[in-house]
Design a protein around this ligand. Sequence first.
Ligand code: TIU
Length: 224
Amino acid sequence: MIAVVARPAVFSFDPARAALVIIDMQRDFLEPGGFGAALGNDVSLLRAIIPAVESLLALAREKGMLVIHTRESHLPDLSDCPAAKREGSATGLRIGDPGPMGRILVRGEPGNQIIAPLAPISGEWEIDKPGKGMFYATGLQDKLAAQGIESLIFAGVTTEVCVQTSMREANDRGYRCLLIEEATESYFPAYKQATLDMVVAQGGIVGYTASLTALRAAMNEEGL
Ligand code: TIU
């Protein structure tokens, strides 16, 4: 077992039964002209975590952990996009409209790809999800169960939207969850901090948080 110095207490996990989950590090949220920008956000803030996520991904690969990448995306005919989700945007561009990186938040379009430095490699899972949470309409729960996964280590964007929703879904399904603090970001720094705080409150009501340094130290200590 690996024991990570974390909040609100030590987080212990078996690396053979754990997966790194990188939520939605796709061009739509990190580059101008995508969904994040269409919602009126300054996307530059999110780019600051790319090196930390790269470093976390390299650690997981080096230690042979399962890696799961998610993308928030919709089918080209938008049959999986509720009208309520399509309504409204700051720029006038809505999901499915043509933008500078192809159709906004549509599966397979250039803007929907995971950014190059974090591109999935062979053997890693790629999960396309129409919602904020990674379990809704994805079949992920069965895949994780078949693999015997018990613990999930989270990174990605945005902290209070898709990352937190996915963590809460995972918590309800019995997974032990750890969020890596420098490997997640929000368009609103105060919301990131609030999310980190609310996850660990009440004895870790949703999960744990730790620094990447603490995770790396714990994994190296075990001589993995
Ligand atoms: N808008 C926002 O903060 N997030 C999203 O719409 N999706 C994700 O968090 N991936």
